[in-house]
Design a protein around this ligand. Structure first.
Ligand SMILES: Cc1cc2nc3c(=O)[nH]c(=O)nc-3n(C[C@H](O)[C@H](O)[C@H](O)COP(=O)(O)OP(=O)(O)OC[C@H]3O[C@@H](n4cnc5c(N)ncnc54)[C@H](O)[C@@H]3O)c2cc1C
Length: 412
């Protein structure tokens, strides 16, 4: 089979690339080669099924990696509002600038994209797992894991990174490109829950609390801090504000501590006064009721049990001033030693990938003419909050458009 443009990977960036390529050059035959049995599986899982598809507060400090001028590329492409309104999707945003489809449904986003692909006559070739590519004269030949062949004039690699392999992204294309001589930056999780010992979070599974998370290395140097909702599983600390700390694991493995301030609106002495007041109000009750006026039951019991190390059936009246000071200290800085990142299946975004020096501002390879890259495959990643999908759409759009422009002379 022959196509003018083959896009390897039918994820967010690959679909955007197909749309912009076809819009730029309607006569081109554009094929998406996707290893899964359908395109866009990961899109359905984004934003907990709500698809946080962009962010209105795009800024350079929200992006990381060796790709040059990530924000410049994003700003030159249509904004999520423009791109999605052209697909019939209305966007809304919250106070942090996070954009969602008005439907709050990722399925409606994927469906609108597929309707657009069909109207543009883009061909979806599912079950085609690219395992090699080779130059054949002026064209390229892609070979699938089961030996099918696909020839084309241009290739856009949009196959993602290592994060969430259950949606098709296992890093195989990245390894193939590295073996072909592309420089790659070290791979590690960028947006992920952080693991701690199960004993440290015993009793907290399922707890959600708003607070300020501070990451420190070797218990001293403050690396980053962020506000948001903190969540716990049986062996990890999670939530958007924690996800963004994952990237520091690479540098500070084994040395990272999270300090959670779970009453960020109060000072330590205000919280001390609050507990002293409770000691009066609830003097006849047991210790497990000491903090239930401030936190959900499991968290309240956890704090008292772990800080005071006393039987929980003792009375609130027996709590000393120094114990109250210790409790207020724990509320303002609840510490967890981080033992690692969650496994790839729980990771949302990959840091690392094809090095920025391998791609120009049109997303074309600086090594091989006619090859383009976009999305998470490149060494470009953003913070949690819509920044990664916005990069995927924008870089995909840029790659698709420039790839089509480069073909214009040839197809005439
Ligand atoms: C659970 C979860 C929630 C997320 N939520 C958000 C969110 O709300 N907002 C946000 O901004 N970001 C979110 N992200 C991150 C975001 O989804 C990704 O950054 C984005 O999808 C990357 O787009 P991409 O096109 O580069 O790669 P992907 O979307 O990963 O697509 C790559 C495609 O390539 C295919 N592929 C891989 N190898 C081959 C091969 N050899 N041959 C053919 N096809 C291949 C894959 O099957 C896949 O379909 C989330 C990620 C996860 C896992």
């Amino acid at each position: 089979m022959f196509a003018d443009i083959v896009i390897v990977g039918g994820g967010a960036s690959g679909i955007a690339a197909a749309i912009s390529a076809k819009e730029e050059l309607p006569s081109a035959k554009v094929v998406i080669a996707e290893k899964n049995d359908r395109i866009g599986k990961k899109i359905l899982a984004t934003g907990n099924g709500r698809c946080n598809l962009g962010n209105r507060k795009i800024a350079a400090e929200r992006y990381h990696g060796s790709v040059k001028d990530i924000v410049g590329t994003i700003k030159k492409a249509p904004s999520p509002d423009e791109f999605f309104s052209s697909l019939g999707i209305l966007c809304v945003s919250d106070e942090q600038g996070r954009m969602y489809p008005r439907s709050e449904s990722a399925a409606t986003v994927l469906s609108a994209m597929r309707i657009k692909l069909a109207s543009l006559d883009v061909q979806e070739m599912c079950g085609f797992e690219v395992s090699s590519y080779v130059k054949k004269g002026k064209d390229w030949e892609l070979v699938s894991a089961d030996g099918q062949k696909l020839s084309c004039r241009r290739i856009i690699f949009a196959s993602g990174g290592y994060a969430a392999p259950q949606y098709g992204t296992d890093g195989s294309v990245l390894r193939m490109l590295r073996d072909s001589g592309y420089k790659t930056e070290k791979i590690c999780p960028a947006v992920a829950p952080l693991r701690t010992s199960p004993d440290a979070v015993k009793g907290l599974k399922g707890v959600r609390v708003k607070g300020k998370v501070t990451a420190a290395a070797e218990g001293k140097k403050v690396i980053a801090s962020e506000y948001g909702e903190i969540q716990f599983t049986e062996n990890s600390v999670s939530g958007i504000c924690v996800f963004n700390m994952a990237r520091y694991m690479q540098q500070y493995e084994g040395k990272l501590t999270l300090c959670l301030d779970i009453a960020p609106d109060m000072t330590e002495s205000e919280f001390e006064d609050y507990i002293k007041n409770i000691r009066k109000q609830r003097s006849g009750l047991e210790l497990n009721e000491l903090l239930t006026g401030a936190f959900c039951k499991n968290l309240a019991v956890y704090l008292v049990k772990n800080t005071l190390q006393r039987p929980m059936n003792e009375s609130i009246a027996s709590v000393t001033d120094s114990e109250i000071a210790k409790l207020a200290g724990a509320v303002k800085c609840l510490k967890f030693h981080i033992t690692g990142c969650s496994p790839w299946k729980n990771v949302q975004v990959t840091a690392g990938g094809i090095h920025g020096s391998c791609v120009d501002d049109r997303m074309e390879s600086t090594k091989e003419k006619g090859i383009y890259f976009c999305g998470e495959l490149l060494d470009a990643d953003g913070d949690c909050g819509g920044f990664n999908l916005e990069w995927a759409w924008a870089s995909g759009y840029t790659a698709g458009r420039n790839c089509a422009i480069s073909l214009k002379g040839e197809l005439r």
